[in-house]
Design a protein around this ligand. Structure first.
Ligand code: DQA
Length: 144
């Protein structure tokens, strides 16, 4: 099973960025964690990050026919992007939204998610482990 793992803006700044919220591990550490977790689960993960909404939209569109499922941390675009929501609806692949932090216990605007409307499951507040939980959930609920 091939999983496209997408990460939105500022996640490349992990380690430097608000470590009290996002921890001290870097984006490269996250890539290693996701690849290791995918291997242990018997999955293939294609992990990408972009600061550009349109690039994320293009990658979601390209997932049709090339990936079996999507894990997405849309970062700030979670709370604003109808374009990412529409792309997820268009490709109609099983999708899980992940957040490192517990978005539900932060500022009220972080409780709104456009992307979640196209996702079967949302995981927040588990840190890196949330990506593993998301891949495991997809494996159990949508075997390819
Ligand atoms: C985030 C939460 C978002 O609200 C924020 O804009 C991010 C990261 C998270 O992983 O906790 O950039 O998606």
């Amino acid at each position: 099973m091939k999983i496209l793992v997408l990460n939105g803006p500022n996640l490349n700044m992990l380690g430097l960025r608000e470590p009290g919220i996002y921890g001290s591990q870097t984006y490269d550490d996250l890539v290693s964690f996701v690849q290791q977790s995918a291997q242990e689960l018997g999955l293939q993960a294609d992990m990408r990050q972009s600061n550009h909404e349109g690039e994320l939209v293009t990658w979601i569109q390209q997932a049709r026919g090339t990936a079996d499922a999507i894990v997405i941390n849309p970062a700030a675009y979670t709370h604003t992007s109808v374009a990412i929501l529409d792309a997820l609806l268009a490709v109609n692949l099983p999708a899980v939204e992940v957040h490192l932090s517990d978005v539900h216990s932060r500022e009220p605007f972080r409780r709104v998610s456009y992307c979640a409307m196209a996702c079967q499951h949302v995981i927040a507040g588990q840190g890196f482990a949330g990506y593993r939980t998301a891949m495991q959930w997809l494996k159990e609920n949508h075997p390819a």
